[in-house]
Design a protein around this ligand. Structure first.
Ligand code: SAH
Ligand code: SF4
Ligand code: F3S
Length: 453
């Protein structure tokens, strides 16, 4: 038997930044000679990329660590590593080191690029290593990336966050906001387009403040305009947009750029001015209503999605009613809805008047029920319409079907063959669910649509 090629698995929790960091981890592992494992059980290296935005995420990760102990017992050579936002908290890194002796390697968000070095040391010396940097160094360029899709790609434009919303742990575990240089971003995207990628999503905790830390006046609108000119690219997305930094210049730019999709994820968080203020969000409800209005006026057919939280400390029935009223008035295309969860080290965790769990749970149920009705009403309104879909590949839930997204980011499932992946097709929508649309293929969109419109 020849020498077996060592294999890896990266298990990811959290947001798109983490999805993309995991692609970088996979890239570094492959550069070291590892190949993707067929299953977790078979992997020689398991890396867990963690999230700590809510306790539920952390609990899932502790559960996974527990389950991996038995795998390690069966397979002594297995290396288990853990990285990301959760381990960036020093007390959590310590806890994992002490409670989970089968974890070999612990690193944080700021030293992800150290993975190859650290892993080699673990492998060669059979030692346990903990390395978590307190602060971010300079932005790392040119790390290898193993992308999950060959149709669409994530591209970081900023790292970290300066907003310090009082409930949020992200600024503490991701550090201060750093923008990548425009030329580095543009070169990466040009390269992607040349390789045949059709869609990019520009990533940052607050993409709208892109460039504020760079010399000169280059901002997010400038960047979008340049990305829009890159030949071969059909669709441009970005996330997340902070309402406070959403300028009229940016709205007009999105409206004018051919390839920038008509979808804006615009987390509102709450509908009460008192709560928004306590959250340190930097806008009030009237500002938000006006912003939504201006976006809808400038960008016909735009989908606006959001994040909303209930049960922030001090949230009264009246405050919650204001959130419900905002949801009714804005009519979001869809929303991620969360119960506020105190995060150690954040200001809101120490605020008095924490809302009891029963109240939080009643409010979230009411919110989800109403928003889901609205989402479904929107989705049903597409029945009978022909939508342009960028095909991503086989549906994850039903491999007999193909799946892709509309420009407004709605998932569409339809019968079709695998060779459609990476193409733009017209789909007549025949059914609507909460999570996706169903439809039938019209004609494949030919060269006349090759610019993505
Ligand atoms: N940078 C993005 C969001 C990052 S976190 C933004 O500013 O919108 C994603 C979402 O998780 C947030 O929008 C918020 O709704 C939710 N979230 C953050 N901290 C939370 C907490 N402590 N409890 C519950 N939800 C939280
Ligand atoms: Fe967290 Fe607020 Fe920054 Fe978003 S903008 S990551 S919610 S601190
Ligand atoms: Fe979670 Fe970190 Fe993203 S805390 S939401 S993975 S930035």
């Amino acid at each position: 038997m020849g020498k077996r090629i060592p294999t890896y698995e990266v298990i990811t929790f959290g947001c798109q930044m983490n999805d993309h960091d995991s692609e970088v981890m996979a890239g570094m592992l492959e550069a070291m000679g590892y190949e993707p494992a067929a299953s977790t059980d078979e992997a020689d290296v398991i890396m867990i990329n963690t999230c700590c935005v809510r306790e539920t995420a952390e609990n899932k990760i502790y559960g996974l660590l527990g389950r991996l102990a038995s795998l390690k017992n069966k397979k002594r050579h297995l290396i288990i590593g853990i990285a990301g936002c959760m381990t960036q908290q020093p007390e959590v890194a310590r806890k994992i080191k002490n409670r989970f002796p089968h974890v070999d390697l612990i690193l944080g968000t700021h030293n992800l690029h150290r993975l190859p070095d650290l892993l080699s040391r673990v492998r060669e010396n059979r030692e346990r290593l903990v390395e978590v940097w307190e602060q971010s160094g300079r932005v790392m360029e040119n790390l290898p990336i193993r992308r999950a899709s060959n149709v669409k790609a994530w591209v970081n434009i900023t790292y970290g966050c300066n907003n310090f919303c009082t409930y949020c742990i992200v600024p503490y575990v991701r550090g201060r906001e750093r923008s990548r240089k425009p030329e580095d971003i543009l070169n990466e995207i040009r390269q992607l387009a040349q390789e045949g990628y059709r869609e990019v999503t520009l990533l940052g905790q607050n993409v709208n403040s892109y460039g504020k830390d760079l010399p000169g006046k280059y901002n997010f609108a400038n960047l979008l305009r340049e990305v829009d000119q890159i030949p071969g690219l059909w669709r441009i997305r970005f996330t997340t947009s902070h309402p406070r930094d959403f300028t009229q210049e940016l709205i007009d730019t999105i409206a004018r750029c051919t390839h920038v999709c008509e979808h804006i994820h615009l987390p509102v968080q709450a509908g009460s001015n008192r709560i928004l203020k306590m959250m340190n969000r930097g806008y009030n409800r009237d500002y938000y209503f006006d912003l939504v209005e201006r976006i809808r006026q400038a960008i016909p057919g735009v989908a606006i999605t959001t994040d909303i939280m209930v049960g922030f400390p001090g949230e009264t029935e009246e405050d919650f009613a204001q959130t419900m009223e905002l949801v009714e008035r804005v009519r979001f295309d869809s929303a991620f809805m969360f119960v506020y969860n105190p995060r150690p080290g954040t200001p809101a965790a120490r605020f008095p008047e924490q809302v009891p769990d029963e109240v939080k749970s009643k409010r979230i149920q009411e919110l989800i029920a109403r928003q889901n009705e609205i989402t479904l009403e929107y989705n049903r309104s597409f029945i009978g319409r022909v939508e342009q879909v960028l095909v991503e590949g086989e549906s994850k839930t039903n491999p007999e079907m193909m799946s892709g997204r509309t420009r407004t980011n709605r998932l569409v499932i339809f019968p079709g063959s695998g060779d459609l992946a990476g193409q733009l097709v017209n789909v007549t929508i025949t059914g609507a669910r909460l999570t996706h649309l169903e439809g039938n293929l019209e004609a494949t969109v030919g060269a006349n649509f090759s610019d993505g419109r």
